[in-house]
Write a new protein. Structure first.
Length: 399
């Protein structure tokens, strides 16, 4: 690790400040070992900051006797597999599988929450120390020799408290954003009702009758590298349910004819055509026009609505609603592990057609919520940067 440790802080190996316990998996040939008594933790449960108190898999009383039980406030580190270096913190008595090493801290020397936060800074070190085989592995013998700076206990507690407070601010901001997401759903139901039951008796049309629906370009065309223009394009990784992630935009070469056909305009709906997870096909986001001259690949279907008939923001929320998604979920087909929908299936998707004035009112209310979410997201980015800075400085003795 590159962090400069204060010269006045002694360093100790993990094995000198904690008992190192490797998890084990009770035999799956004995179904009686599994039940609802003790959370059984795997790498998927690691990575968060909140203490872990539950798991998707649990052990029975009998299964707990076959496992290595860990107390509350154990630090959990994944040491095998693709997620090597992920860290967790036990919030109650639990057990882990063999991919996880636990540090049961000596409370006379180290404060568990301090050790947890320090281990979170070591992910790259854990990966570097691991073997570079197909299945990365950090052996227990090497793991337990890793060094940790040990300031006085009161200083450890102070550092952990500062980082906990910073994390609490992040958690509350994330909760606020999630509540605003729920608010948009509530506004939709309040104004338009359940799309499946349509108790309000709205007219029903099909997407293809109120929108121009268009497929995208195949990226892997062998001839593409000879085409005259290079242009940014959107792919599945950019389109999520109700929002865009434009942090990584890729480029492709295309002809003028292709660009003319697939060039995006503000308020186009982008619909995911193919995904490994069947529940993710048909997810929809509204194009915000933030990139000039941007096109889309064939795994994204574009729907351009006639705004005198249907407001795009309303259509986006409708197609992302549980009721609006039903047709596309039923229409999905699986080929070579990829779930797909076709342009014709998007065109055939039913959509409720409430009065345009009501759609506009909905759009105005949602836009107000989105502005608030935008503010919260900006604040969250600042809090993320603050947390990263505090965590970096904490173990250099700069807090």
């Amino acid at each position: 690790m590159k962090n400069k440790i204060p010269f006045s802080w002694p360093t100790y190996s993990f094995k000198e400040v904690a008992e190192v316990i490797t998890g084990t998996t009770p035999s799956t040939n004995h179904p009686e070992y599994y039940g609802d008594f003790i959370p059984f933790i795997g790498p998927a449960e690691l990575g968060g900051v909140e203490p872990i108190t539950k798991s998707s898999k649990n052990l029975s009383d009998e299964g707990a006797k076959q496992a290595r039980l860990l107390p509350k406030e154990a630090v959990l580190i994944c040491c095998i597999g693709a997620t090597i270096g992920k860290v967790g913190f036990s919030g109650k008595k639990l057990a882990t599988n063999q991919q996880i090493n636990a540090l049961v801290c000596n409370n006379n020397i180290v404060f568990p929450r301090y050790v947890f936060y320090y281990c979170r800074t070591l992910e790259s070190l854990f990966r570097h120390q691991g073997s570079s085989t197909t299945l990365p592995l950090l052996p227990k013998g090497r793991f337990q020799e890793i060094k940790i700076p040990v300031p006085p206990l009161e200083e450890q507690k102070r550092i952990a408290e500062i980082l906990d407070q910073a994390e609490e601010l992040r958690r509350k901001r994330k909760e606020a954003i999630a509540q605003l997401d729920t608010l948009n759903q509530s506004i939709f139901i309040e104004m338009f009702g359940d799309p499946v039951k349509n108790f309000k008796g709205w007219n029903i049309t099909k997407v293809g009758e109120v929108a121009d629906v268009q497929g995208g370009l195949q990226v892997s065309s062998a001839a593409r590298k000879k085409y005259p223009r290079e242009i940014p394009y959107l792919r599945v990784a950019n389109v999520y349910r109700g929002y865009l992630d434009l942090s990584e935009i890729k480029m492709m070469r295309a002809t003028d004819t292709e660009i003319h056909r697939t060039l995006l305009k503000k308020n186009d709906l982008l619909i995911v055509e193919g995904h490994g997870n069947p529940n993710e096909i048909g997810r929809v986001a509204l194009w915000n026009g933030s990139i000039n001259d941007c096109i889309h690949q064939n795994h994204i279907i574009r729907a351009r609505f006639e705004i005198h008939k249907i407001i795009p923001l309303y259509a986006c929320h409708y197609l992302n609603s549980p009721g609006g998604r039903q047709h596309l979920l039923k229409s999905g087909k699986t080929t070579s592990g990829l779930n797909t929908i076709s342009v014709s299936e998007v065109r055939a998707t039913p959509v409720l057609l409430p009065p345009l004035s009501l759609q506009k009112e909905f759009a105005q209310r949602v836009e107000a919520v989105e502005e608030l979410k935008k503010s919260h997201r900006a604040s969250l980015l600042e809090l993320d940067a603050l947390f990263a800075s505090l965590q970096h400085r904490a173990f250099k003795g700069e807090l």
